[in-house]
Design a protein around this ligand. Structure first.
Ligand code: SF4
Length: 255
């Protein structure tokens, strides 16, 4: 499934726009209860107005709140950003630290945010357990845990560390595009042969195809079509001997 995800989403990435670690942590804080698209609409003005930790620490609260308003919860987000700026100035010389143990001490930064920052700004592998990731790995029976930290550790045991960041992006991409919370597009899903929850959503290919979202839809539907025809993804370059979790590469697709 990990390799099939890689074939499905070769270009998966953090969907928040940023150019440095501080911008990323700010964008992640703003993304709470808000879409990445909306955050990306707001951040150009925020990043232009506040370039350093000192800028956030000394921000005019009313002005910052007004800029953040479209992302929702703008008062608490402004609090977090001002507190973050102050903490960075006081304890880290104004620089964002590159360690989990330091990051989680910062206002507005929990383990999920820290993992996004580590994985995408510092190249330190991290598993990002957001709502999509948690839902999908449970559907796949990779874990039965519900606590995000326990999920992170459980999946970390299953997947090599160097793959954590890209796996997180790919799983989240799949959750946004195909494996929706309500009505997952099972009949148009390239993971269906390996997914123990296949059938939670419509299995009719045409009906399911209408549920697939995003710019990669054509590619995703083509992959699903290949899988329906019996092809197993992620095995093209290794003669079908890939480690497939004991399922066996020669198995016919069950759907
Ligand atoms: S088969 Fe259905 S439940 Fe399984 S990953 Fe695909 S969309 Fe999700």
């Amino acid at each position: 499934m990990v390799r099939a995800l890689a074939e499905g989403y070769p270009g998966a990435h953090c969907e928040l726009n940023f150019t440095n670690p501080l911008e990323l942590v700010v964008a992640v804080i703003l993304s709470a209860q808000c879409t990445d698209k909306r955050v990306n609409e707001v951040t150009p003005k925020v990043f232009a107005r506040y370039r350093t930790a000192e800028d956030y620490a000394g921000a005019d609260r009313a002005e910052l709140e007004e800029l953040l308003r479209p992302t929702g919860f703008f008062r608490s987000k402004a609090n977090s950003l001002m507190g973050l700026g102050a903490a960075l100035v006081e304890r880290f010389d104004g620089e964002l630290p590159a360690r989990m143990s330091d990051l989680v001490t910062l206002p507005g930064v929990g383990r999920k945010t820290a993992n996004v920052v580590l994985g995408n700004a510092f190249d330190v592998p991290g598993i990002t357990v957001d709502t999509h990731f948690a839902r999908l790995v449970r559907r796949w029976r990779w874990t039965a845990e519900t606590d995000p930290v326990k999920i992170e550790h459980a999946v970390g045991e299953l997947v090599p560390r160097k793959e954590w960041t890209m796996l997180s992006h790919r799983v989240i991409f799949h959750g946004r595009r195909v494996c929706h919370s309500r009505r997952p597009a099972c009949g148009a899903c390239f993971l269906a042969p390996d997914c123990p929850s296949s059938g939670e959503g419509p299995v009719d290919p045409a009906q399911a195809a209408r549920l697939v979202k995003g710019p990669e839809t054509e590619h995703l539907l083509a992959l699903a079509e290949r899988v329906r025809a019996g092809e197993r993804l992620g095995r093209a370059n290794n003669g079908g001997n890939a480690d497939d979790g004991g399922r066996g590469g020669s198995e016919a697709a069950p759907r």
